[in-house]
Write a new protein. Structure first.
Length: 198
């Protein structure tokens, strides 16, 4: 296991930690949960940089890195659904797209035809990350220990407003589009005979 792959594994292991902390009632535990989420996100930036700088890129890393991103963001979105900030059906569509694409990536690896993450998929991950961060910021701002009564009340209204749903809808549609685009761009390779059948 190279350092980039170890950091990717750490990112996955931090997921239940930040979920547990963010769901606690304590404002300071929520803050700690956000810190853990940020640390997990930063490992994504550093492991890619380290892998490219020292030539430690690998097929395993190319597969695990986007998978870890999906797990991290999915966990955040599921918390937002639990708290009533996002609609379940949109998050389920995002999860379904990611599950299908991940299964197909595994299949492509088995056929010895690995698929590189597209630019569209990277933009999708970026928008999901930014949105997840914005909601986490709102969650912290709604805590009276940090902001007081007025700002807290305003943040609660924002978190339960239609604006979050509209934004999530746009992200969901784009996420589904990237999944369809993935299928269109790779269907020939996925349908071609496997090495075992040749």
């Amino acid at each position: 296991m190279t350092l980039p792959n170890l950091l990717t594994a750490l990112r996955i292991l931090l997921v239940p930690v930040f979920m547990f902390l963010l769901l606690l009632e304590s404002s300071y535990m929520k803050l700690l949960g956000v810190v853990v989420f940020i640390i997990a996100s930063l490992t994504d930036i550093y492991d890619g940089y380290h892998a490219r700088k020292y030539g430690l890129t690998s097929r395993l890393g190319a597969f695990l890195d986007p998978l870890a991103d999906k797990i991290l963001i999915t966990a955040a979105f599921l918390i937002y659904v639990w708290e009533g900030y996002l609609a379940l059906w949109m998050v389920l569509l995002v999860v379904l797209r990611d599950v299908v694409v991940t299964v197909l990536r595994v299949y492509a690896e088995w056929k010895d035809k690995p698929v590189v993450t597209s630019r569209e998929a990277k933009y999708k991950t970026l928008t999901q990350n930014v949105f997840a961060y914005v909601i986490m910021l709102f969650i912290l701002l709604k805590e009276r220990d940090f902001t007081g009564e007025e700002i807290s009340a305003f943040m609660i209204k924002v978190l339960h407003s239609d604006y979050l749903d509209y934004t999530m809808l746009a992200i969901t549609l784009y996420t589904v589009y990237t999944g369809i685009s993935y299928l269109v761009q790779n269907w020939k390779g996925l349908l071609s005979p496997s090495p075992l059948r040749q």
